[in-house]
Design a protein around this ligand. Structure first.
Ligand code: FAD
Ligand code: NAD
Length: 476
């Protein structure tokens, strides 16, 4: 057993931890990063995001969208493809290759930045010490000491007792990225980001997909106009989203998953070939430290931190999914940068008001800032402008006319408070809204900006013009 001393030890090499480690190293600190993840038996960096989250899901979304387009959209373009079929094995191999290249890329970045990579399970000890053991072993293999510790241990899928994971039948999100064939029928518990994205993948490939969502409101965090537009669009493309559906039980009989749920009409029964449970994630804060550490944990098991991600113990920070705020990769990464820079004595901060959310469905859903409803509830007087993509020349040329752009501005100052998009490439469009809002832009600023034609971005221009009832391509 060896003892090593570093300026910083980071626990977790997901997008929060690996970014924190790299930024600390850039700032001249000696850094070790401990992570226990294994991909197919091999120690791997990148955490949930790269291995079983953002990246593999987007790879499958891309493949499945191309497949669906070749079947549904190509004929209208005059493209005749005699028979299109999906080779799920090849699709998965492409996804695995992307994951492998990106996780290897982080390994290379660690080498370039001279970050000491330690594979194993980390546990905090008093005196800013991190004890590393092999998975499942109580024996400490290595002890790391540090002036500063950054906890970035991420989150894990919430499990339901009523729908326990069962090999071949009931899966979590990681399992739903690995199906080796297209199930004829697929049930999904939870119509949040994961349910919608993974439901879309398998629906586009031919599964009949039913999403059972406990809440009566669809995507409650999104602006209501946007969530309604998205709901309509998803239903039209065949995603059967059932709201107000509370799961009662599941069982596997004759190679089918039998699901009982309750909605406004009473108890319902339905059976599927496979079932995916996507009902949220919980922070990985257990088995990490004992009471003697003095670290505070809130009632939902998040490690308690202030706005600078400082825990209740000086010199120990926590970032990413393991702390409050949206469970998003970019939120964790920005916290990583902030903490590294603050350790180096800089005055960094994260603007939590302007973290974009994106759901990578088709159309995509993206938003930043406040919804109209949230402003109304908070008593903030607002003006609103909206532009339907059906009126966009570029959207028509792309065959992507579903959705709209909506801008919410302060009635008195005209300052943009929120931008909400349902539409093709919303994930890319939202970035210009974030930049504008970071710079304190008003609707008038966007209205005065020249946008290239024909682009989807023009819809943001038109929505800003619509705030003052002077949009050109719609009736105001
Ligand atoms: P994680 O990525 O979970 O990494 C934590 C790391 O800590 C892991 O590698 C783990 O092995 C390690 N670890 C934990 N405990 C210990 C310990 N005691 N010792 C050693 N190592 C430990 N977010 C987006 O922004 N965009 C998306 O498109 C998106 N898509 C997603 C799709 C799916 C299917 C899922 C499941 C999630 C998705 N997310 C997405 C969420 C995103 O993956 C998380 O917000 C992000 O990974 C959180 O980063 P993190 O670094 O905090 O934690
Ligand atoms: P989520 O919180 O987005 O959605 C879970 C849904 O399940 C909710 O709508 C909830 O009401 C519902 N639910 C909970 N219990 C239920 C039950 N018993 N029966 C039926 N419905 C139930 O969580 P998620 O989709 O699992 O995603 C987890 C996290 O990962 C989220 O925080 C999300 O931000 C993140 N993520 C982000 C992206 C993205 O940025 N594109 C993609 C995937 C995941």
């Amino acid at each position: 057993m060896s003892n090593k001393k570093f300026d910083v030890v980071v626990i977790g090499a997901g997008p929060a931890g690996y970014v924190a480690a790299i930024r600390c190293a850039q700032l001249g600190m000696t850094v070790a990063c401990v992570d226990e993840w294994q991909n197919k038996g091999e120690p791997t960096l990148g955490g949930t995001c790269l291995n079983v989250g953002c990246i593999p899901s987007k790879a499958l979304l891309e493949s499945s969208q191309l497949f669906a387009a070749s079947r549904n959209d190509f004929p209208e373009h005059g493209i005749n493809v005699k028979s299109v079929s999906i080779d799920v094995k090849a699709m998965n191999a492409r996804k695995d290759k992307i994951v492998n290249e990106l996780t290897q890329g982080i390994n290379n970045l660690f080498k370039i930045n001279k970050i000491t990579r330690v594979h194993g399970h980390a546990r905090l000890s008093p005196g800013k010490t991190v004890k590393v053991s092999d998975r499942g072993s109580p024996q400490t293999r290595e002890t790391l000491e540090a002036d500063n510790i950054i906890i970035a241990t991420g989150s894990s899928a919430v499990r339901l007792e009523r729908a326990a994971i069962m090999d071949g039948y009931i899966f979590d999100s990681a399992g739903a990225l690995e199906f080796d064939s297209v199930p004829k029928t697929l049930g999904v518990i939870g119509a949040g980001a994961i349910g919608l994205e993974l439901g879309s993948v398998w629906s586009r490939l031919g599964s009949e997909v039913v999403l059972l969502e406990a809440m009566e409101t669809f995507l409650p965090a999104a602006d209501r106009h946007i969530s309604r537009a998205a709901f309509r669009s998803f239903q039209q493309q065949g995603l059967d989203i059932r709201l107000n559906a509370r799961l009662l039980s599941t069982s596997v009989k004759q190679k089918k998953v039998h699901v009982t749920y309750e909605d406004t009409r009473g108890a319902q029964q339905i059976k599927f070939d496979k079932l995916v449970v996507a009902v949220g994630r919980k922070p990985n804060s257990d088995f990490l430290f004992g009471d003697e550490m003095g670290l505070e944990i809130d009632e939902r098991e998040y490690i308690h931190v202030n706005k600078y991600c400082e825990t209740s113990v000086p010199g120990i920070y926590a970032i990413g999914d393991v702390v409050r705020g949206p469970m998003l990769a970019h939120k964790g990464s920005e916290e990583g940068v902030m903490v590294a820079e603050r350790i180096a004595g800089q005055e960094s901060a994260v603007n939590y008001e302007l973290i974009p959310s994106v759901i990578y469905t088709h159309p995509e859903v993206a938003w930043v800032g406040k919804s109209e409803h949230a402003c109304n509830t908070a008593g903030i007087p607002v003006n609103v402008g909206a532009f339907p993509l059906a009126a966009s020349g570029r959207a028509k040329a792309m065959g992507a006319t579903d959705g709209m752009v909506k801008i919410v501005v302060h009635q008195e100052t005209d300052r943009i408070l929120g931008v909400h998009i349902c539409g093709a490439q919303a994930s890319e469009l939202i970035a210009q809204a974030v930049s504008s809002m970071e710079m304190g832009a008003s609707a008038e600023d966007i209205a005065m900006t020249v946008f290239a034609h024909p682009t989807l971005s023009e819809s943001i221009h038109e929505a800003a013009l619509a705030v003052h009832k002077r949009a050109i391509h719609i009736k105001n």
